[in-house]
Design a protein around this ligand. Structure first.
Ligand code: SF4
Length: 471
């Protein structure tokens, strides 16, 4: 991957607990407490607040040197008590950080002791999730937390076993609040508003309306009764295919709920797959609104084709997101030279190459996974793309080599609106395509600006355009 791969330099991934925090924020009335030093929770609060532009409260057990030497159980118990008294949550996710994992604190038994010692925890579900960052990334933290949530709720609520004929939809990667709203709309329009259970649901909790009233825990998220009811559903769809969606496997194995995984519905083909699946489940034709949206997307693709065709791109970020953008890029005639999943993702390369073979078999593409920005920088310089597509952390590479960056994914810290960014569904594909096309047009204008300094001068289009169409 890189000639200097003896250490990680500027990781493309974030801490494992941050994924766990995002997952817990997608369920009703929940708070997260990080068992570790204060710096971990401060960093994660800031990181999430910058991306979502919302206040993000996260508790900390504030481990100090003493806790690191003698164990952090007292700190964790005090932290839990404080959190309950101040926030009154119904669910608390306790995620470990590197320090807590290194000293070997057994959070399961500390939580059990806390329950024995404190009556105030009787009605509260406390869910431990081990998330040492040196082991993996925010993506695995998200998957682990979603699995832990489903396990706790389905075991805890045993006895309620009435078939509900619903579809479980379980995400295996973080999507934006706007994407979540779009997904809920698609599910509601195709199946009916009470016919599915989506987990996690950050549509409101990370993009809450301003009401003038301070809310300690934002309303919204998947309801507790819905999560408990997932074991009574007719089927499960996991969204995301590059990693093992552990909650989906658990529901399948434990409750024999038939399941399969689909790619995140980004771009034409992957959205078609979801809509076809949903219309099959509903036993109806694809909803008329989505047939119209699909037609508009095809129209937009025809309009944009003359600008985007042949553009050499490098795509990077969270694996399922990257796979979707790769699919969209190929469908629009772009030339992906470099496709990079920032975290470990066992099936990413296989699915990325499968999509390349389906659409553009002669495309000379390099697929990498689990790389840092140092390695990515080397790979970009070698591949020489004309555009980067990924999160805002790639801006230094984009500035250094003087190519544009289309911001998408997580995190986006240097622009506003990440929480309202839409990538999924036909509408998301149109928005993405418009952004990519307009970025190409802007870059082309900048390149030609010198020649346009004389207003009367005429520069024929294509003479010195952004990219070479035969690439
Ligand atoms: S100590 Fe671990 S969990 Fe905490 S901020 Fe650093 S990498 Fe993340």
């Amino acid at each position: 991957m890189t000639e200097r791969n003896y250490s990680t330099v500027n990781p493309c991934i974030m801490c494992q607990p941050i994924g766990s925090v995002i997952a817990f924020k997608g369920i009703e009335d929940s708070m997260v407490l990080l068992h570790g030093s204060q710096g971990c929770s401060t960093y994660m609060r800031l990181h999430l607040a910058h991306h979502f532009q919302e206040p993000v409260d996260i508790g900390s057990s504030s481990l100090s040197e003493k806790g690191a030497v003698y164990g952090g159980s007292e700190n964790l118990k005090k932290g839990l008590k404080n959190l309950i008294l101040r926030y009154n949550p119904k669910v608390i996710g306790v995620s470990t950080t590197c320090l807590a994992e290194t000293i070997g604190d057994d959070i399961g038994s500390i939580i059990a002791d806390f329950r024995e010692e404190e009556d105030l925890a009787d009605e509260i579900m406390i869910i431990p999730v081990p998330t040492p960052s040196y082991e993996d990334s925010h993506n695995s933290g998200y998957i682990k937390a979603v699995e832990a949530i489903v396990k706790q709720f389905t075991i805890h609520e045993s006895g309620n076993e009435i078939f509900n004929n619903k579809l479980n939809v379980v995400l295996s990667e973080n999507i934006s609040p706007e994407d979540t709203r779009e997904l809920k709309k698609i599910l509601s329009d195709t199946l009916g508003s009470n016919s599915f259970i989506l987990l996690p649901d950050i549509s409101e909790t990370f993009d809450a309306p301003m009401t003038g009233k301070l809310q300690k825990i934002f309303p919204g998220g998947t309801t507790h009764s819905d999560i408990a009811d997932m074991k009574n559903s007719a089927a499960t769809i996991g969204l995301g295919i590059t990693n093992n969606n552990k909650a989906v496997s658990y529901l399948d194995k434990t409750f024999e709920i038939p399941s399969h995984n689909l790619p995140l519905p980004i771009g034409l083909e992957y959205t078609d797959r979801l809509l076809t699946e949903l219309s099959g489940i509903a036993g109806t034709d694809i909803h008329e609104d989505y047939q119209k949206e699909r037609g508009r997307l095809i129209d937009a693709m025809v309009d944009a084709h003359k600008y985007v065709y042949g553009t050499k791109v490098a795509i990077y970020g969270d694996p399922n997101n990257v796979l979707g953008i790769l699919s969209l890029a190929l469908e629009n005639g772009m030339h992906p030279l470099l496709v990079v999943a920032s975290s470990k993702s066992p099936r990413f390369a296989e699915y990325a190459m499968e999509r390349v073979r389906q659409v553009k078999p002669d495309c000379d593409v390099t697929v990498l996974e689990d790389v840092d920005f140092d390695a990515f920088n080397d790979a970009v310089k070698k591949a020489k793309p004309e555009m980067l597509i990924g999160n805002s952390n790639g801006k230094y590479i984009s500035k250094d080599i003087g190519i544009p960056l289309v911001r998408i994914g997580f995190p986006i810290h240097d622009r506003v609106g990440a929480q309202r960014m839409l990538a999924i569904g036909y509408r998301g594909a149109m928005e993405m395509l418009d952004r990519i096309t307009n970025t190409i047009l802007e870059a082309q204008e900048e390149k030609l600006a010198a020649k346009w300094s004389e207003p009367e001068s005429y520069v024929p289009l294509g003479e010195d355009s952004f990219h070479s169409a035969e690439a």
